[in-house]
Design a protein around this ligand. Structure first.
Ligand code: SF4
Length: 431
């Protein structure tokens, strides 16, 4: 058994450094899922990188699972998961996101990023159930892409994504209406044949927001194809409304030559997002004020420290990092891009990686001939991903063996139809 529930917050950090890591995460999600007062929403996403972000009222709450799964020793859980998978055979596919802990990933039939996993699961024709060890929007996407008879199961319903939850349908709809107030009807093309605004949502968003885009000439993007998708949107729109991650939007548009002054940030708590009407009229990209709690931990000072420690190091970061970090790094790209860069480098290469620590550790284990470290010395996993404890995986799999489907994630048919429109546009741009 490889344990990752270690080394949280042990390294002294510089004065003023921001961290929300603490050792409570090492104990598993039980205490958080069993907070007094359930089913009231949790006040926060829990210890770890998402702790500082308040969970919205609609955040799903996971019911307490039987004690046998919460108290079983790791080896027993591992044996039970294996036995349940063997009993289910080809009827089940277990998907593991790169950011999951090792004790979960070891049981995955496929490991990858969210969209890759959702598509890979479709390659198993005999599968009746997809168990998605990731977060809520990923399970929704898998459901959108699955055959209707396939059930998609999220082992812990409280495994959300703090970034995805920063943009909800009501606040994006309110933004859209305010933009219409400034720019005029948003469904009528201007003299150049382009719409005033094209909405673009990152894959890390609810199905309802994907549907919002599908219904308004918009599209979905991933961190792999954001530039191609933005180019598509600029062909069809004078402006882009990009949500929920301001950093992916800013990094991508900046690399395409959009000046910083043409990218106002929309704060959903303020009238006009906190902007003057003129700034919105002059905008090329309106960036939603959302962020990833994990990737915004990385700083230019960490990049400088990595270079000072090893002048030969290559710093590779995820585009959800702030722009100043991406600018300071040698390279930026999706998780799959980071994997390719490291895998293709010659032995002896040295990397400092700016992404979630579980993936960095596995990369280091897979490439013992290279030096691979996490850019942030205060390692901190994504606490919402971390809610998928092996106990939950054992619970959902053994339920499937008994013929019970627990924690199924289903997207409403009407929402799904519009969301698929936005996904299909993305696939047409970037298969
Ligand atoms: S790493 Fe960031 S974007 Fe990914 S699930 Fe965690 S909070 Fe969401």
């Amino acid at each position: 058994m490889v344990s990752i529930a270690v080394q949280l917050d042990r390294t002294p950090r510089p004065p003023g450094a921001r961290s929300s890591c603490d050792d409570r995460l090492a104990g598993g999600p039980w205490a958080l899922d069993a907070l007094p007062g359930l089913p009231a929403p949790l006040p926060e996403y829990g210890p770890g990188s998402s702790a500082a972000d308040p969970a919205p009222a609609a955040t799903p709450v996971q019911a307490v699972i039987p004690a046998e799964y919460r108290t079983a020793p790791p080896e027993q859980l591992r044996a039970r998961i294996r036995a349940a998978k063997a009993a289910l055979g080809e009827r089940v596919v277990v998907l593991g996101h790169h950011y999951q802990r090792d004790e979960v990933v070891e049981h995955a039939d496929f490991v990858g990023d969210s969209f890759l996993l959702a598509r890979q699961s479709q390659t198993r024709d005999a599968a009746e159930h997809v168990v998605f060890c990731g977060v809520h929007f990923m399970a929704e996407t898998a459901d959108l892409l699955s055959r209707p008879e396939v059930s998609v199961v999220l082992p812990n319903l409280a495994a959300g994504c703090s970034m995805a939850d920063m943009a909800d349908l009501d606040s994006v709809t309110a933004c859209w209406e305010q933009l219409a107030g400034v720019l005029g009807p948003l469904d009528q093309p201007g003299p150049d044949g382009r719409l005033p605004v094209v909405p673009v949502t990152y894959m890390n968003s609810s199905a309802a927001l994907k549907a919002f885009c599908g219904e308004r000439g918009g599209i979905v993007c991933t961190s792999s194809n954001a530039a191609a998708v933005l180019a598509w949107a600029f062909e069809r729109g004078q402006r882009v409304l990009f949500f929920p991650d301001q950093h992916l939007g800013r990094n991508t548009a900046s690399a395409m030559g959009v000046p910083a002054g043409a990218m106002p940030v929309w704060d959903p708590r303020k009238p006009l997002g906190g902007n003057q009407a003129g700034a919105l009229a002059d905008a090329r990209v309106v960036l939603w004020r959302g962020w990833c709690s994990v990737h915004t931990r990385f700083t230019p000072a960490q990049v400088a420290a990595a270079r000072a420690a090893d002048p030969a190091v290559r710093v590779v970061v995820h585009p959800e990092c702030p722009q100043e970090v991406v600018d300071a790094a040698d390279d930026a790209g999706s998780t799959e891009h980071i994997l390719r860069v490291v895998s293709s480098a010659p032995p002896g290469s040295s990397f400092a990686i700016g992404t979630e620590v579980n993936m960095v550790r596995r990369l280091a284990d897979a490439h013992p001939d290279k030096t691979i470290t996490c850019l942030d010395p205060v390692v901190c996993p994504c606490s919402t991903m971390y809610r998928i404890h092996p106990g939950y995986l054992a619970w959902v799999l053994e339920a499937l063996v008994r013929g019970e489907v627990v924690n199924r994630v289903r997207v409403d048919d009407a929402v799904a139809a519009s969301a698929r429109v936005a996904l299909e546009r993305m696939l047409a741009v970037h298969p």
